[in-house]
Design a protein. Structure first.
Length: 217
């Protein structure tokens, strides 16, 4: 059976986004009021290793990408998803409305508390936000059908994520927002399925989703 994304979730996602957005603005005001920028008022620093800070996955583009992926690999809605660096939970909320279960790993306590508050507000019971650094010790990705991350690390991104995804199970889908995961491309264990005409020499393409599938050993 193919995945069907119901039209009704668009409205709900919009409401969740408004709440998450207001929360991010508030955290930015509290955490570093002197360095707020009018064009980045939702960005705030977290206490994560590597100083990536918090930024949102755009829910509409994520939804479109999931639809694209559903035409490339079979998806049923029964999949379990993991979000590495789940932040305020925007991608987790989108995934929770489509897939069976979502686990989010986030290192910043206040951020995860806010994510849980938004989760409760919208009654999304199939998400488990866990406070931990997913790199130390390395989280085991083998239970998950879909692995997602949006720029959780500024430094050594490729190396660290490249090592981490080794534990993904055969058939698992790995989606990276904004960063081409060239480390995956180089590994024989992964087949890049999106973008179709991806140029591995390209360093950075904002707002895109790089997607690979873990091959059988
Ligand atoms: C760019 S934000 C993305 C938030 C969310 N996934 C989204 O797309 O809307 C990256 C998040 O990863 C978290 N993070 C970075 N490194 C981490 C680590 N090693 N373990 C857990 N969380 C981490 C940061 O604290 C931040 O909240």
């Amino acid at each position: 059976m193919r995945l069907a994304i119901k039209p009704r979730i668009n409205r709900l996602i919009d409401n969740i986004f408004q709440e998450a957005n207001a929360t991010a603005t508030r955290l930015a005001q509290i955490r570093h009021p002197e360095r707020r920028h009018p064009e980045h008022e939702n960005y705030f620093e977290t206490n994560c290793p590597g100083s990536a800070g918090h930024d949102f996955t755009d829910p509409a583009s994520l939804l479109r990408h999931i639809e694209t992926v559903s035409h490339l690999v079979p998806l049923t809605g029964e999949e379990s998803v993991v979000s590495l660096g789940s932040g305020l939970g925007m991608d987790s909320f989108v995934f929770a409305l489509i897939f069976c279960s979502v686990t989010g790993f986030e290192v910043d306590q206040e951020v995860i508390t806010e994510a849980r508050r938004i989760q409760a507000l919208f009654g999304l019971t199939n998400i488990n936000f866990i406070k931990r650094n997913f790199l130390e010790p390395k989280v085991d990705l083998s239970p998950y059908d879909l692995v997602y991350f949006y720029k959780p690390l500024e430094y050594d991104f490729e190396k660290k994520i490249g090592e981490l995804v080794q534990s993904a199970k055969p058939g698992a889908i790995v989606i990276s927002r904004a960063f081409p995961h060239r480390a995956l491309h180089r590994q024989k264990k992964f087949k890049v399925i999106y973008p179709f005409d991806w140029d591995p020499t390209c360093r950075f393409m904002a707002s895109d989703y790089y997607t690979a599938v873990r091959l059988k050993d």
